[in-house]
Structure formats: structure tokens, C-alpha cells
Design a protein around this ligand. Sequence first.
Ligand SMILES: [Mg+2]
Length: 76
Amino acid sequence: MAARRVSLNTEYLIDMDGVLYRENQLIPGAKEFVTALIASGAPFVFLTNNSSPTPEDLSVRLGHLGLPGISPQHLS
Ligand SMILES: [Mg+2]
């Protein structure tokens, strides 16, 4: 698998597992946090140390958890 690159023009690197969700549940406040983060316009990337899912997979998963519309470019 090719290494995924994260833009250096990123203000926030945010872990997902245990921060935005735990197993199949959003963590309380995660949706509000993500909404505010997107509204701020700050560059961000959500990270996982699970290398199996693609960024597209992660976008779909976040959508199912209640965080729709997170572009794969924001996921690594
Ligand atoms: Mg974690």
C-alpha cells in the first residue's frame, strides 16, 4: 500500500478512534466540534492508526456515524 501523505498546510491533526467515536458510537460533542471546525475554515486532517480503511471508506463510516460530508482529503 502506498504511504498516505498529509499536507503540511494543516492546523489540526485529530485522532478519530476514541476522540470522535468509540466503536460504533459518536462521542458526545463530536458532531458539534466537527461542525465548528469546518465552519472555522481551518485546515484539518482526521487520523486513524488503522491502515486498513481507505480515506473513502473512512468518509462513508463517518457519514454512517452521523458526520456526513467529510471529504476523503481530510482523512488519513
Ligand atoms: Mg485513538
